[in-house]
Structures are given as structure tokens and as C-alpha cells.
Write a protein that binds this ligand. Structure first.
Ligand code: KIV
Ligand code: ZN
Length: 547
């Protein structure tokens, strides 16, 4: 086995040594981020490989120890994303999921092979209900299969993780035998999955405690936990598991994931930090990157963050009641248990305006965690000046909308150049739109619609000609005030795929047009990616075979 590297030591070095096995140190919890795998499974998410790479880079900056980049056998797109991230993101462990089929494990390795720190994550159902109805295998057969597949993964890399799926509904005695068998076969992390979010906190506590006491070789592995939020207990269960000795937590940014989602990374990390008196463990996360990471994941996946969401919601640090405000003015610790700056929310909401120069603009963006190329900065500054002509005060939220819009422009195949509508309660609603095509050609047309947004979408459909259905459309003002920027989120469906688009503008028709163009561009890019690939079926098939 290669050298075992403790995560704190590795963090201090420059380029890490090849293929270390990531092991926890007793007072450090490994943060395993599965935003790009379990989070991406959430209905309505379809990220391109490039977008996944953007998120992976931000997760690297955030300091996560492990990035689960995808499930390579599930689709060509997943394979490509894992391969790209394995090539480009060098510090963290890059992990790929595989179910218990030789082809899945081989494919995971193929995608991972260029990663300096590759991990194969093998999973298999462990509960009787799943064994009987999905796998149609006895417990003994499942145990043998798991052992065999972990051993196969181990021929590729020392860093092998095993997850007994639906562990919280498995028979505890069998679960312990299964864990002992896979550790014996070489798994160095065993991940206790509350797949359906069923466990209560005291049950989960006993389960982890039982594993530490009854699995004879458990000291040769790191105990990990993976909790879903169906009963709203994912974070509480994960924290309790840490108290009971788990040293890896699997989680996602903003808690996105299957159904009600996964445990939220930002909540776990800040609970461990704020209540260090209870948990006495640290993480390697740079918490000042949490807010920016949350925004970036929300922007790219289209999953809005609810305003009352802990840590990263718009109201998380806002005090409304008079008594609280009074306390805050006198001494912030009266009502504030965390400093908003510790999660990357800027202390002041500095206001920029018409007369602000490029220097102040750049400085403020840096404080908000954005570092743009010179070209993107120039475009954003021009957009800022145009906005300042319409809006007297430009706040941080405006800057974030503006820069996010700019970053979206970087991945456009078709670009919105001009939109003009006529509307009102007695008029015919019409729109004229001009787009710039992939080869720089000008494409213009006009159409009527039931309203201005419908008219704009009709024109865009006539020009681009990709049949699709609009399944979701929402508009939000990014700040208070009538002059706020409108942020539009849409989802379209085409040939079974869902594509999200976002757009921002002080004109909501323009924001709607931008959001539609963003969704269509993502659809086109995703199809281009898939045309170049060959692979083993789609995600559902992968999951189904897993059963
Ligand atoms: O929820 C689950 O059981 C999973 C496994 C693949 C770890 O996501
Ligand atoms: Zn899961």
C-alpha cells in the first residue's frame, strides 16, 4: 500500500505525492463533497462538463478534501466530467462512483486515471428490502459481490471507499459483517448511508457506536456518513455521527440532492466550527469561501437558495425585530453566533455609483470573491456603467447579478444581441430579436405572442429551431426597490433532458430572453458533448443495474 497521508500534513505541502490514501487524523473531519454527483442527480439539474469543472475549481478553493465528480458508467457526459476534473483539479482527492459491476469499476478507473489522488467509491444495497426487490440477491451473495468488487477496485488504487446503500434500514448484524468483509478486501473508508433519510438522531448515534464496537477491523478504515434530508435530519445525523467517531462527512453545497437533498456542507462545517466546544474537531475548509461557493452552485444549477436558509440564505444574518436590532447595535454577540464575514458575506454593503472607477469596481469584486480575466472585467465594468446610468446605487447583490450574467456569456453558442418588444393591455404583443450565431452571423426575426415574453420566445424558437417545452419560469427582484435587477430562472425540457437558464437585467423581458438563451445554449453544448462521446447508457440505467 502507498504511503498514508494525513490531510493536515498534505495541505501544507506543494504538489502532493502520488496516490496517497486520504486518512483522517483524530481531530479533523474529512469533508467529502458530492455536489457534482449526488447533488447533480437532483431533478432538473444538468451541468455541462465545463460547468462541473468551474464548480470543482471553486470546491478546491473552498478546501474540500474529496470531490466526488460523478458516476462515469452512468453516461458519457458523467465520464467526460470526471475525466476533465481528474486532469485539471490537482490538490483534492477526486472520487468516482461505481456500482458492483466490473464494467462500472473499470470505467470509474478509466475516468480517474490522470488524477494525482484518485478514489473509487463502490456501493451496493445492504437492506433486505433493496436486496430482495432490486438486487434479487441473498445477503451472502451480496457480501461476496461487495468483497469481490472492492478487491477489483483495489487493483487500480489504494484509495477505495465502500458504501452499503440504505444502511440505516439494513439488519445491523449483517451490516457489520458486510463492513468487516469490505475492509478485509481493502476498503479504507466505509460510508454509512442513510439513503432514504429515515434514521432519527438517536438511532443513527447507536448505529455508528455499534459499528465502532462490533466491526473487528474498523480501526483499519475511516467511518464516513452520507445522510439524506427526507425528515429534515441530514445535518443533525451527520453531526451526531461525528460525535460518535465518524471522520468523514459526505455533503453538498446548499444541501442539493435527491428528493429533499443531502446534508448541507456549509451547515456542517459552520456547526463544527461554531460549536467546537461540543465537537472538538476541525475541518480544512476556508469558511470565507462558503458564500461564494453557494452562489456559484446556485447560479449554475438553477437551484435558488431559500432566504431563510442557514449560513448562506439572504436573511441568515439579517435582524428584523426591534429588540434584536437594539441588541446588535449595543454588542453583536447578543444575537449573532457567527460573524457573517467568517462565511464570506462582506461586512459592509458598500454602495457604488455612476462615478465609481474601475479600480473601486475591481476591488469590490475581489472582496466579493470574484477574480475575473481582464476581458471579463472590462465587459463587466461596461455593464456596470450602463447599470449605473439607470440605477443610482449599485449594491453588492447588483454586482453579483451583473458578474454572474457576464460569466454566463462566456459559454454562449448563440448570443442575444438585441431585443425589442411592444406590449400593453390593448396592443398586439410583438417582439423583434437579433442573435449572433456560432460563426458570428447575424440572425434576426420577429413574431407575435400572447405576451411580450411569449413573443420573444417565439422569435428565438423560429431562429434556433430546437423543439422544447417551458416547464418552469420565475422572476425575482435581487434587492428591494422598484429599480431592482430582475433575475429570471427557467427550465426547459427537450427529448427527456431538463435544462436550466438564468438571466438578469433591470428589464424583465430582457432578463427573460437572456434566461431562455442561457438554457438553449446549455442544451446545445450538452448535445455537442454527447455527440463526441460513446459510453455505457444513461444514468437511470446505471442506477438500475446497481440494484
Ligand atoms: O444515498 C446513497 O446511498 C448514495 C450512495 C451511492 C452512497 O448516494
Ligand atoms: Zn445519496
Amino acid at each position: 500500500m502507498d504511503e498514508e497521508v494525513d490531510i493536515t500534513r498534505e495541505r501544507c505541502g506543494q504538489e502532493p505525492p502520488p496516490s496517497p490514501v486520504l486518512r483522517s487524523v483524530p481531530d479533523t473531519v474529512i469533508i467529502f463533497d458530492t455536489t457534482l454527483r449526488d447533488g447533480e442527480q437532483a431533478a432538473g439539474t444538468s451541468l455541462t462538463a465545463k460547468e462541473k469543472l468551474t464548480i470543482a475549481r471553486q470546491l478546491d478553493t473552498l478546501g474540500v478534501d474529496v470531490i466526488e465528480a460523478g458516476f462515469p458508467i452512468s453516461s458519457p457526459g458523467d465520464f467526460e466530467a470526471v475525466q476533465l476534473i481528474a486532469r485539471e483539479v490537482r490538490r483534492p482527492v477526486i472520487c468516482a462512483l461505481a456500482h458492483c459491476r466490473p464494467a462500472a469499476i473499470d470505467r470509474a478507473w478509466e475516468a480517474l486515471r490522470e488524477a494525482p489522488h484518485p478514489r473509487i467509491h463502490v456501493f451496493l444495497s445492504a437492506s433486505d428490502v433493496q436486496l430482495a426487490h432490486m438486487l434479487k440477491k441473498s445477503r451472502q451473495e451480496a457480501l461476496e459481490l461487495a468483497r469481490e468488487m472492492v478487491a477489483r477496485a483495489k487493483t487500480y488504487t489504494d484509495d477505495v471507499e465502500f458504501s452499503p446503500m440504505d444502511a440505516t434500514r439494513a439488519e445491523p448484524e449483517f451490516l457489520n459483517q458486510l463492513l468487516a468483509a469490505v475492509i478485509d478486501a481493502g476498503a479504507v473508508t466505509v460510508n454509512i448511508a442513510d439513503t432514504v433519510g429515515y434514521s432519527t438522531v438517536n438511532e443513527f448515534s447507536s448505529l455508528i457506536h455499534g459499528i465502532t464496537k462490533n466491526v473487528a477491523n474498523i480501526d483499519s478504515a475511516c467511518i464516513s456518513v452520507h445522510c439524506h434530508d427526507d425528515l429534515g435530519l441530514a445535518v443533525a445525523n451527520s453531526l451526531e455521527a461525528v460525535r460518535m467517531g465518524a471522520r468523514q462527512v459526505e455533503c453538498t453545497i446548499n444541501g442539493i440532492g435527491e428528493r429533499a437533498g443531502n446534508a448541507a456542507l456549509e451547515e456542517i462545517v459552520m456547526a463544527l466550527r461554531t460549536r467546537a466546544d461540543t465537537f472538538s474537531v476541525a475541518t480544512n475548509i476556508d469558511t470565507t469561501q462558503l458564500y461564494k461557493t453557494s452562489r456559484s452552485v446556485s447560479d449554475l444549477t438553477g437551484f435558488l437558495v431559500q432566504s431563510n436558509k442557514a449560513i448562506v440564505g439572504a436573511n441568515a444574518f439579517r435582524h428584523q425585530s426591534g429588540i434584536h436590532q437594539d441588541g446588535m447595535v449595543k454588542e453583536s454577540s447578543t444575537y449573532e453566533i457567527m460573524d457573517p464575514r467568517s462565511v464570506g458575506i462582506p461586512a459592509s454593503s458598500l454602495v457604488l455609483g455612476k462615478l465609481s472607477g474601475k479600480h473601486a469596481f475591481r476591488e469590490r469584486l475581489a472582496e466579493l470573491g470574484f477574480s475575473l480575466s481582464d476581458e471579463a472585467l472590462s465587459h463587466s465594468f461596461q455593464a456596470f456603467k450602463e447599470l449605473a446610468d439607470k440605477k443610482r446605487e449599485i449594491r453588492d447583490r447588483d454586482l453579483i447579478s451583473l458578474v454572474s450574467e457576464e460569466l454566463r456569456q462566456e459559454t454562449q453558442v448563440y448570443r442575444l444581441d438585441h431585443v425589442d418588444v411592444s406590449c400593453g393591455d390593448h396592443s398586439l404583443h410583438s417582439a423583434a430579436v437579433r442573435l449572433i450565431g456560432p460563426e458570428g452571423q447575424i440572425l434576426a426575426d420577429a413574431a407575435l405572442g400572447t405576451g411580450p415574453v411569449d413573443a420573444v420566445y417565439q422569435v428565438i424558437n423560429r431562429i434556433i429551431g430546437i423543439p422544447n417545452t417551458l416547464v418552469e419560469f420565475s422572476i425575482n427582484a435581487n434587492t428591494e426597490g422598484f429599480d431592482a435587477i430582475g433575475e429570471v430562472l427557467i427550465r426547459i425540457e427537450s427529448e427527456g433532458g431538463l435544462y436550466t437558464g438564468r438571466g438578469a437585467s433591470t428589464d424583465i423581458v430582457v432578463a427573460s430572453a437572456k434566461a431562455y438563451m442561457n438554457a438553449l445554449n446549455r442544451l446545445i453544448l450538452s448535445r455537442q458533448e454527447h455527440v463526441d462521446q460513446s459510453g455505457a447508457g444513461n444514468y437511470n440505467r446505471g442506477m438500475h443495474e446497481a440494484s
